[in-house]
Structures are given as structure tokens and as C-alpha cells.
Design a binder for this molecule. Structure first.
Ligand code: 5RP
Length: 227
């Protein structure tokens, strides 16, 4: 079966490979998206078989998936540490990520960033030389026109995300809007990340710079791990 990006098999292999890192007693950040969902399903099977873990969801979607899989959940305010976070990405270049395809990047950045070990799961279609997809910005609703102008001023082309052309805007789990901002090839992810973070009204952007500990890349026949 084909899903967005690469094949479902490749995503499953990456997700299962990362889920194998989890051992008894761990607190696990549960990412959002179709690849992270495979890791959640694999963890659920391990819980069925007796693994003792607690998960921290990064979105309503990952919370639902974890509950269906039978993974006990906790929250950041109830734990001292997150041992490992497993999350997907929309593009990976030079260990920097573009995330936010599922509009969950604000919570994901908190959970992935606080984890002792941040493990990314992708199929091989996500790995590129240079990040180039539009950068999602979670934006305070009242600030949306202000942020649009500010993004244009720094050379971007913002587009309000809608579910379909005739629907209203996508609203994140935290009540924010999403602006997908094209900048062309992103030669300086750290510089752009810093610029976007400085714009009033931007809650979080989808550039994850220098956060990754390891990347599990699935193909139709194999998984490679980049540490
Ligand atoms: C959600 C994300 C996802 O991890 C990203 O969109 C990848 O999704 P998928 O594994 O379905 O391709 O960043 O905000």
C-alpha cells in the first residue's frame, strides 16, 4: 500500500526498528503521523507481551492510536524524564528535519526536544540533500495576517493550510492556524529557524535543527540506522 511519501512497508520497518529500542520502565514520546503510528502499534504489541512502558502523546491522533494499542499514557508534568521519543518527519537533510505535515510540530518539538534520545523514523523518500518543502508555522489565529506579512518580508511565500480547497482552515490541537511557508531550498536551516522563531505570533515552526540522535530509514526490504 502506498501512503504519503514512501510505501507503507518501508514506514512500518522504520517504526518497528525504533520501537525495538524501548525497554522496560521507559517513558516514550509518541510522535504523530503514519510512520510514528507503526512504532506505536509495535509498542502496543510489546505491551501486550508484557513490556512495561508509559507513553507521552504528541497529538490527539497519537493519543488515540496509543490508547487503541493499549499503551498506558502519562504527561510531561507527571514524569522526571522522557527516555526516548520516536517521531516521523516530512524531510531529512544533514540530520535536520522538516516536520509539521500533521500540524503537530509544536507539541512534537517539546516532547522530542526533552527526550534523552530522539529517534526519527522515515521511509527513504524523505531523505534529501537540502530541505525544500514549505516550513509549517503554527500561528496564533489573531496574528495570522501579521505573520503572513512578516514571512513575506523575510523572503517566504505563506499559504494558510486548509483540509481541502473548500474547507476552512486547519486548526491544530492547541487551537492555532498553520501557515505553510515556501522558501525554496533551505541552505541555512539554523538561520531560518532563528528568523522564524523571532516573529511575533509564531507559536512554533517545523524546522528541527540539531535535535536528532538517530534516524531509522525504512525501504521496501530493509532499515538503515544513522547515528
Ligand atoms: C506531524 C509530523 C509527521 O511526523 C510528519 O508529517 C511525517 O508524517 P508521515 O510519517 O505520515 O509521513 O511532523 O506533525
Amino acid at each position: 500500500m502506498k501512503t504519503q511519501g514512501g510505501s507503507s512497508d518501508a514506514k512500518r520497518r522504520a517504526g518497528e526498528s525504533a520501537a525495538n529500542l524501548v525497554v522496560d520502565g521507559m517513558v516514550v514520546g509518541l510522535g504523530t503521523g503514519s510512520t510514528a503510528a507503526h512504532a506505536i502499534d509495535a509498542l502496543g504489541e510489546a505491551v501486550d507481551a508484557g513490556l512495561d512502558v508509559r507513553g507521552i502523546a504528541t497529538s490527539y491522533q497519537s493519543r488515540r492510536r496509543a490508547l487503541e494499542a493499549g499503551i498506558p499514557l502519562t504527561t510531561l508534568d507527571a514524569v522526571d524524564r522522557v527516555d526516548v521519543a520516536i517521531d516521523g518527519a516530512d524531510q531529512v537533510a544533514d540530520r535536520h528535519l522538516l516536520k509539521g505535515g500533521g500540524a503537530a510540530h509544536a507539541r512534537e518539538k517539546v516532547v522530542d526536544g526533552v527526550a534523552d534520545r530522539f529517534v526519527v523514523v522515515v521511509d527513504s523518500s524523505k531523505t534529501v540533500e537540502t530541505l525544500s518543502r514549505p516550513v509549517p508555522l503554527a500561528v496564533l489565529p489573531d496574528a495570522e495576517p501579521v505573520v503572513e506579512r512578516a514571512v513575506e518580508d523575510v523572503g517566504g511565500d505563506p499559504e494558510l493550510r486548509t483540509a481541502t480547497a473548500k474547507d476552512g482552515p486547519v486548526v491544530t490541537d492547541d487551537g492555532n492556524l498553520v501557515l505553510d511557508c515556501s522558501f525554496g531550498p533551505i541552505e541555512d536551516p539554523a538561520g531560518l529557524a532563528s528568523t522564524l522563531s523571532s516573529l511575533p505570533g509564531v507559536v512554533e515552526h517545523g524546522l528541527f535543527v540539531g535535535m536528532v540522535d538517530e534516524i531509522h530509514v525504512g525501504t521496501d526490504g530493509d532499515v538503515t540506522v544513522e547515528r
